[in-house]
Design a protein around this ligand. Structure first.
Ligand code: MRU
Length: 367
């Protein structure tokens, strides 16, 4: 997407040197910094400490991390080390394991002399495919927005609520949940987005709102607790979120608080859609609540908030007393029964095993 007058992806290779670069998302929206990643540990730190985040981007970053490691040392031991080091960074988003398994399967068949070249080619392909996948998700989601718009008075906006950041910064480009919004906006359908701030790390306030400003899409930032109230008053037509892992039975694991939005949507008859690339489906897992590992992050993310002071300096501010520990489960699971549909690159699936298999019949014997 455009930042200023330049088109950015969230991860890319320098056209001259081939070096891998990312947007360091920790400081947005106050500072826009690009950083070069080189050593395996750079990639592990960038994922673990959330310089990059969002399930599809974590996968693409891991693929480039393996490629950079292969350029330094293409041995089997180095490949195994890259897999283990990157896999240990974050536990919930399945795209990480998906990308690492893909890279390992490809590279273990290659002679060492060919591994670096093959790894970079595949990492580039994973990044390019993510862009196209998200574009297609947007086209399928656009039809849902269009249908709701048709029920409105001319010029009246479709109100879409989203949680966390499943925007272009969470993918290589387009985003998943935001792609239908970009497409609707470009098609001239009036939309308005309710952006959940998404405590504790405020990905909504810092990242999604910044993306909306950049795209010129009308929006309001709301506190995480406002969604139910807005739904009760008919001010939300549609919820679209992303997911970090979707089970073969259609449960979705996403940023903490997503489940509460789904409950409120269910109670108020508001359609609740989840947008995802198929790389986010874990075909081996069926019961999301019981089986998906939920990342527990530092309590400091809860007791402190990041922002820009009136003096213009960015800083972390403590909001709780000394001695109060923060509890910080980073994700929750929304059962399939609360999901209206799964917007994938192949179309909108019913949130069930049969629904997913209709779109992905090649997975019929998996898991
Ligand atoms: O902890 P994060 O910022 O990596 O969490 C991101 C989310 O929960 C997104 O909604 C999810 O990864 C889907 S991104 C298209």
């Amino acid at each position: 997407m455009k930042v200023g007058d330049r088109h950015y992806r969230s991860i890319w290779r320098d056209a001259q040197t081939g070096a891998v670069e990312i947007i360091d998302q920790r400081w947005l929206p106050h500072e826009f910094n690009c950083v070069q990643l080189d050593a395996l540990q750079d990639f592990a730190t960038a994922i673990r400490d959330m310089w990059v985040r969002g399930a599809p981007l974590i996968g693409a970053t891991a693929a480039y991390g393996v490629a950079c490691q292969m350029a330094r040392d293409p041995s089997d031991a180095a490949l195994g080390d890259a897999f283990d080091t990157l896999h240990a960074t974050r536990p919930t988003a399945i795209n990480l394991r998906w990308a690492l398994e893909d890279m390992r399967a490809l590279l273990s068949r290659q002679p060492e002399s060919k591994r670096a070249e093959a790894a970079f080619a595949r990492a580039d392909q994973i990044a390019d495919e993510d862009v196209e996948t998200n574009r297609l998700i947007g086209l399928h989601g656009l039809e849902i927005v269009r249908e709701i718009a048709a029920t409105k008075a001319p010029g009246e906006a479709v109100n879409i609520l989203t949680h966390c950041n499943a925007g272009w910064l969470a993918t290589v480009d387009w985003g998943t949940a935001t792609s239908p919004m970009y497409h609707a906006h470009a098609a001239g359908i009036p939309i308005h987005v309710w952006v959940d701030e998404t405590r504790p790390r405020n990905q909504g306030a810092q990242l999604t709102a910044w993306e909306m400003v950049g795209a010129g899409i009308p929006h309001h930032l709301i506190v995480d607790n406002a969604g139910g109230h807005l739904m009760q008053h008919g001010l939300v037509d549609l919820v679209i979120t992303g997911t970090d892992r979707t089970t073969a039975s259609g449960d979705v694991c996403n940023k903490i608080g997503t489940y509460l939005k789904a409950l409120a949507a269910h109670d108020n008859g508001v359609p609740f859609y989840v947008a995802l690339p198929s790389s986010t489906i874990d075909w081996q897992v069926h019961d999301g609540v019981a089986e998906i590992p939920i990342e527990e992050r530092s309590g400091r993310e809860v007791t402190h908030v990041f922002g820009r002071g009136e003096d213009g300096r960015t800083q972390f501010v403590q909001i709780s007393p000394d001695g109060t520990p923060g509890g910080n489960p980073a994700f929750d699971v929304t059962p399939a029964r609360l999901v209206t549909g799964l917007i994938t690159e192949r179309g909108v699936a019913r949130p069930s095993r049969d629904g997913l298999l209709e779109l992905f019949p090649e997975r019929r014997n998996a898991g």
